[in-house]
Design a protein around this ligand. Structure first.
Ligand code: NDP
Length: 449
């Protein structure tokens, strides 16, 4: 009766996983995307960001190598080479995503999708406009950088444009204190730009463990980033090739590029949701139940478009759970406990479970805090002035580990394994009973007294 059993709008992490899983379960699936297959994560998010982080870390590695006997040479950095190689890699990955969808018999349509009614989707592309029908529809349109409305904001770029810069400006100012702001400040600084980070609050990375947040700011400053807290921008003006930022403290600062990383809002406008009466929060995020169903019986949503933790693995898990529920007769929902996350700042942060502040509120006097601050072995010979910090939070009553946080080299890699232990309900005694991997940073997690 319908053209498709399942039609997905948006080929990002959630949409791609859901469409290919639904097809595996026997559904006839269509997927539309008006930009590139892969979505934010692959095209202008996690993947190119991590490539840029790797690139920017070399300046530190080159310096470190002197202490290990490597003769120091001049190392020039060429942004166009990095950008071209990044573009090539992203195109390769986009191709792989396309191949996977093809091999799973998902029909990919390059068009912008809009709901005309609960079962009809308008598809608009350069080739014209047509409509298709579907039994069930998934909105997986993700989120988009949002910027405050202030005079001259049109001069600012977002992370989207940062990936496409033709040259690397000499002075760069990043506004915001979240994931994207600290990650990009580290990238620009490592690549040699004079980098400033302006954050409106008391401490960057609101919501994370306070000690870890302060440690990051301290280390970023040591690396040369001009981090200014309690500072915001009230206006931007362009003078020649420069931008003048008017700051809340009354001062002005001059820069060559302003990048805003002040959050991302759900992509829900102009896709027919209001007309259909799909319930959304005030900020446009689609309201769904635990099976990702909206208030309209056959319309579903997963990933950033529903708010929550805007993380790729979450969107993927939600897409998989939704399709198992709808097409495999096995109601599945995602357990949002113990979600690990990494911030690819420099140094990087890995974290899972409660921050000390949240744990204190929940467990009060029962909370036990274990911490270890140390210099990474590699940095002793390197002569690098950087220290790592590991924290473990334990419920004294049950001995269960309720939070683990790390800032230092390899923390993203290490926290993944720790997250499994927390998910299994590991106790501090079990951590202590685990034999250390020596010499490593990870062993600190089993040696904390
Ligand atoms: P975040 O929500 O992490 O941070 C937004 C930052 O902007 C906060 O510091 C916030 O301050 C500040 N801010 C908000 N509004 C204003 C304003 N009007 N003026 C000045 N500052 C403002 O958003 P991001 O854009 O950094 O990232 C979006 C999401 O993408 C993240 O939440 C994360 O889920 C995801 N992401 C994940 C990554 C990873 O897993 N490594 C990497 C990159 C992104 P305040 O704290 O005071 O509200």
């Amino acid at each position: 009766m319908y053209d498709y059993d399942f039609f997905v709008i948006g080929a990002g992490s959630g949409g791609v996983r859901a469409s290919r899983m639904a097809s595996t379960y026997g559904a006839k699936v269509g997927l539309c995307e008006d930009y590139r297959v892969g979505g934010t994560c692959v095209i202008r998010g996690c993947v190119p960001k991590k490539l840029f982080v790797y690139a920017s870390e070399f300046s530190g590695h080159f310096k470190d190598s002197g202490g290990f006997g490597w003769q120091q040479a001049e190392h020039g950095f060429d942004w166009p080479t990095l950008k071209a190689n990044k573009d090539k890699e992203i195109s390769r990955l986009e191709g792989l995503y396309g191949n996977t969808l093809d091999s799973h018999k998902v029909e990919v349509i390059k068009a912008r999708g809009k709901l005309l009614d609960a079962h009809t989707i308008e598809l608009k592309s350069e080739d014209g406009t047509r409509t298709v029908t579907a039994d069930k529809v998934l909105i997986a349109t993700g989120a988009w950088p949002s910027m405050p409305n202030l005079p001259g904001i049109e001069h600012a770029i977002s992370s989207n444009e940062a990936f496409e810069l033709e040259t690397l400006p000499k002075r760069i100012t990043v506004v915001g204190g979240g994931y994207i702001a600290v990650e990009f400040a580290g990238i620009f600084n490592g690549l040699g730009a004079d980098t400033s980070l302006l954050y409106r609050g008391e401490e960057i990375l609101r919501g994370f463990d306070l000690e870890i947040r302060s440690k990051l700011r301290e280390e970023m400053i040591k690396k040369g980033v001009d981090v200014r807290i309690n500072t915001n921008v009230t206006g931007i003006r362009k003078e020649g090739d420069e931008f003048i930022l008017k700051l809340t403290d009354g001062n002005e600062m001059v820069t060559d590029l302003v990048m805003y990383a002040t959050g991302r809002t759900a992509n829900t406008s102009n896709i027919g949701l209001e007309e259909l009466g799909v319930k959304m929060k005030q900020n446009g995020e689609i309201i769904v139940d635990e099976y990702y169903k909206s208030n309209v019986e056959n319309i579903f949503a997963v990933g950033d478009v529903t708010g929550g933790m805007q993380l790729t693995p979450i969107a993927i898990k939600e897409g998989a759970a939704l399709t198992a529920t709808q097409f495999n007769d096995s109601p599945t929902f995602v357990n949002y406990d113990h979600i690990p996350t990494a911030i690819f700042s420099q140094p990087p942060i890995g974290t899972v479970g409660l921050s000390e502040e949240d744990a204190q509120e929940k467990y009060g006097d029962d909370l036990k805090v274990f911490r270890s601050e140390y210099k990474s072995m590699k940095y002793t010979l390197a002569g690098r002035d950087e220290r790592s910090l590991i924290k473990m939070l334990v419920d004294g009553k049950t001995d269960k580990v309720i939070g683990a946080h790390m800032i230092g080299p390899d923390s993203a890699e290490i926290i993944q394994g720790i997250a499994i232990a927390l998910k299994c309900g590991a106790t501090k005694a079990q951590f202590d009973d685990t034999v250390a991997v020596h010499p490593s940073s990870a062993e600190e997690f089993v040696l904390m007294k």
